[in-house]
Design a protein around this ligand. Structure first.
Ligand code: 1HN
Length: 351
């Protein structure tokens, strides 16, 4: 096991470090303890945002800049331990986006993957790779890498959604590419609902070979998800850690819906109090129904209600308590950790 304390600095050692530093050399023995830790040590902190605060700030932003001028009118959710770095966890980005009636967020594409989770509004739309889909509350919508995407709002109410992207991960890998289209809205080549019919009804085109690993279904409507949870609860015993928790999948592979971001939804019955759980994937939670609280580690408690957002860092213990029947959407980097065989979880211990 790696040492937990560094060897002491002596005048002679410090002089040596200074001399070799001029040659871009550094001793490992002064850094080893912080590089190889017995358990995850993260700058990411537990944090929460009330939707009412975000909403008020977003409407103010709506008076300051148009969606078109901003390209994306978004307020970034910055982890308090990672301020200025546009991260909600060490390797994921999150922000809340507002599109006002009549506005368009112009078409672009990039190597970063994006998810949208619709917080408030009905009838706005996003177009992804030539197909338009309507955005309703609780819908989970995917923008795969390098898919053209633009958003619009022809409804008469503002639409707010949560964006989750793998920006810090792609940044770490130095793999960012992006392009703008020369028109605000991309040409539409397929009718609305085409992907759902083709890939999302337990059918696949006979020659479909699985594409890029990202799901060919790009809108997972809340109504269908909620109905599935409602049916399952009749037969399924509640899991002590998660209530009734499902992951969104790529129907062509059974894998995660996105290659870099794992997405989940869980139902907690009224009065539910979970057993402690921890996992190595720092997770962003969004309650979409109900009211309750989540205890993170020993000294952080978030009292949450519908549309609030909170984040649990890697390997911090989590306990959920639901005062009302609640539904939580969540996302994390779990697919990446699983692919690299780094994912770990632990059920039921109390520190
Ligand atoms: C992006 O493309 C969107 O398409 C939202 O709505 C937020 C943050 C950073 C980079 C690209 C969008 C983004 C983003």
């Amino acid at each position: 096991m790696a040492p937990t304390v560094n060897p002491t600095d002596t005048a002679e050692r410090l002089a040596f470090y200074e001399r070799i530093g001029r040659n871009n050399l550094a001793p490992l023995w002064t850094s080893l303890a912080k590089l190889v830790t017995p358990e995850p040590q993260s700058a990411c902190e537990p944090a929460s945002w009330r939707f009412s605060d975000i909403r008020a700030a977003m409407l103010e932003a709506g008076g300051l800049i148009t969606a078109k001028e901003a390209e994306r009118r978004v307020l970034i959710l910055e982890n308090p331990g990672l301020r200025g770095e546009s991260r909600i966890t060490t390797d994921l980005y999150a922000g809340v986006q507002l599109v006002l009636p009549g506005e368009v967020a112009p078409a672009h594409r990039h190597t970063q993957s994006a998810l949208r989770f619709v917080l408030e509004g009905a009838g706005a739309h996003t177009s992804v790779a030539g197909e338009r889909t309507t955005m309703n509350e609780g819908d989970f919508i995917i923008t795969p890498p390098m898919a053209w995407h633009d958003h619009g709002n022809a409804s008469n109410q503002p639409v707010f959604w949560l964006d989750g992207l793998d920006i810090p991960l792609v940044q770490f890998l130095d793999a960012s590419f992006a392009e703008h289209l020369d028109v605000d809205e991309q040409p539409i080549s397929r009718p609305e609902g085409d992907s759902e019919a083709r890939y999302g009804t337990n059918l696949l085109p006979v020659d479909y070979k699985g594409g890029t690993g990202n799901s060919p279904v790009f809108n997972y409507p809340y109504l269908r998800t909620r109905e599935a949870l409602e049916r399952m609860r009749r037969a399924e015993p509640w899991d002590a850690c998660h209530g009734l928790k499902m992951r969104y999948t790529n129907p062509a592979s059974g894998g995660h819906a996105m290659t870099t971001i794992g997405t989940f939804v869980q139902l907690l019955p009224q009065g539910f109090s979970s057993v402690t759980y921890r996992s190595t994937d720092a997770t962003v939670f969004v309650p979409m129904e109900g009211r309750g609280r989540t205890r993170v580690g020993d000294d952080f408690v978030v009292e949450w209600q519908k549309r609030d957002i909170f984040v649990v860092p890697s390997w911090k213990s989590v306990r959920h308590e639901a005062d009302e029947e609640s539904v939580l959407f969540s996302f994390s980097d779990r697919p990446v950790q699983e692919a690299l065989h780094l994912f770990r979880e632990k059920r039921g211990d109390r520190e």
